[in-house]
Every structure is written in structure tokens, then in C-alpha cells.
Design a protein. Structure first.
Length: 121
């Protein structure tokens, strides 16, 4: 309505935390900067992200308590999961070599009748 596009992010927590981890790694580029740069004015994230603990029941996930710590980190997780691009499917080019000098009738009928064809069997 006001020109701001919104995306629905995946709420899969494990995949979201994996996205955060991947974006915090140095990217292979000239600068080796991470995909997510946390600046000094992100005070809450800088304070809370190192305080996050693993979930006791699912070590691949992070704990949801205390909420005061996890709220900002979950916002970063949602941001990261929307920024990760999926794999691109490679399109195999189909080579159309039908018109490369072959006669249409030969292609459709299997070619000329030869002695081998007539003496089959």
C-alpha cells in the first residue's frame, strides 16, 4: 500500500540459525567481509547473540528463553533466512540437430533399404 514490499519468512528455526551462521562467516571475495555485517549501533544484537544457548531438546536449535535475549536474535534470524538465495537449477540446453543435413524421409523411415536390412535375421 505504501510501497514497502513484505516477504513471509520461513519459521523453520534450525534452518534460520544455519542461515545466520552462514551469513556471519567471511564470504569468499576481495574483502572477506561476512554476508551479514553487524555494526556498532546494533547494541542489542551484539549483547544478546553471544548469550543465546542451545535448546536442551534440540541441539541444532537455540533456546527460546529468556525471551528478553531471544527476541532480537529471532529478528536477525528472520532477516537472514529471507536473504539466503536458493540453489539455481541449471538448465540443460537441448541440441536440435535434426536439420543437420539429414533427409526428412530417411530420418522418419530409418534410412534407405540396404542389403543388411533386407536380409535381417
Amino acid at each position: 500500500q505504501n510501497g514497502l514490499g513484505l516477504l513471509k519468512a520461513s519459521n523453520n528455526r534450525v534452518q534460520g540459525w544455519m542461515a545466520v551462521k552462514e551469513l556471519l562467516k567471511p564470504m569468499k571475495s576481495d574483502t572477506d567481509r561476512p554476508g551479514l555485517l553487524v555494526t556498532e549501533n546494533c547494541v542489542g544484537l551484539i549483547r544478546n547473540l553471544p548469550s543465546i544457548q542451545h535448546d536442551e531438546k534440540n541441539p541444532s536449535d537455540c533456546a527460546t528463553e529468556p525471551h528478553e535475549i531471544t527476541h532480537i536474535c529471532d529478528a536477525a534470524r528472520y532477516f537472514c533466512v529471507t536473504r539466503v538465495l536458493g540453489a539455481q537449477k541449471t538448465v540443460e540446453k537441448i541440441v536440435d540437430d535434426f536439420d543437420e543435413g539429414e533427409d526428412y524421409d530417411d530420418v522418419m523411415t530409418g534410412g534407405e533399404m540396404t542389403a543388411d536390412y533386407l536380409s535381417y535375421g
